[in-house]
Design a protein around this ligand. Structure first.
Ligand SMILES: [Zn+2]
Length: 203
C-alpha cells in the first residue's frame, strides 16, 4: 500500500487500522445537536521517511511554530496598524470618539498575541512529549499525526474523525472511548464492540 502522504511504496512503512466516525452537526432553534454514525475500518500506511521527517519537525519545532502562528501574528500586526490609523489618521475623524472602534485594534493585538502564546505552548508541550518517547514510539506518533492530517476529513456535510485500532483503544471502556473521541453513548458502545471484534492489528 502506498504511503498516504508521499505515495511511495516501501516495505518498511508503518501500518494503521482506523475506524471512521461520521458526525453531522445540526443547528436549529433548539441549539446544536449531532448525528453520529460509524463508517468503515480503513488501513493506511505512512512510510518511514515521512514519519522521520514528521518526528524531526516535532522535536525541532521552530518551523511548525512559524506555520501555526502565522495567522495570529498577522492579526496582531493588523491590530497595531488599525490602532495607529485610528490614533493618527486624518481619514476617519468621526471614528475617533467611538470607543468600540478604538478598542478593535488593541483587541486584535491581544487576541493575536494570546493565540501565538497558546499555539507555541501547545507545540512545545508536544515536543517535550515526543522527546520522552522511544525512537519507535516517536515514529509511530508522528506517522499517526501525518495520517490524521492527510486522511479524508469530510464526507458530504459529515465531519470524519478516526479511532485507531491499537492496544490503547482495545483496552478502553466505551465511556473512555466516548470521552477521548467525542462519541455519543450509543456510538461508543458500538465502536467498542467493533474494535474488540477487529482485534489487535497494529500493536
Ligand atoms: Zn511517505
Amino acid at each position: 500500500m502506498p504511503c498516504l502522504k508521499c505515495g511511495s511504496d516501501l516495505p518498511d512503512a508503518l501500518r494503521f487500522r482506523v475506524l471512521e466516525v461520521h458526525t453531522l452537526h445540526i443547528r436549529d432553534f433548539n441549539g446544536e445537536r449531532i448525528i453520529q454514525a460509524l463508517g468503515e475500518f480503513k488501513n493506511y500506511e505512512i512510510c518511514t521517511a515521512c514519519a522521520l521527517k514528521g518526528a524531526r519537525a516535532f522535536l525541532y519545532p521552530s518551523g511548525l511554530i512559524l506555520r501555526k502562528c502565522f495567522a495570529f501574528v498577522m492579526l496582531a500586526i493588523a491590530g497595531v496598524i488599525l490602532s495607529l490609523a485610528i490614533t493618527f489618521g486624518e481619514s476617519w475623524p468621526e471614528l475617533e470618539g467611538v470607543f468600540a472602534v478604538k478598542a478593535l485594534g488593541p483587541i486584535a493585538v491581544i487576541a493575536g498575541l494570546s493565540g501565538v502564546i497558546g499555539r507555541a505552548r501547545e507545540i512545545l508541550r508536544t515536543r517535550d512529549e515526543v522527546r520522552r518517547m522511544s525512537h519507535d514510539e516517536a515514529l509511530r506518533y508522528s506517522a499517526y499525526a501525518i495520517l490524521l492530517e492527510n486522511a479524508l476529513k469530510k464526507y458530504n456535510d459529515n465531519d470524519i474523525t478516526y479511532i485507531p485500532v491499537n492496544k490503547e483503544t482495545l483496552s478502553m471502556t466505551p465511556s473512555q472511548l466516548a470521552g477521548k473521541y467525542d462519541l455519543l453513548p450509543a456510538i461508543s458502545l458500538k465502536a467498542h464492540e467493533l474494535i474488540r471484534k477487529e482485534g489487535e492489528f497494529d500493536g
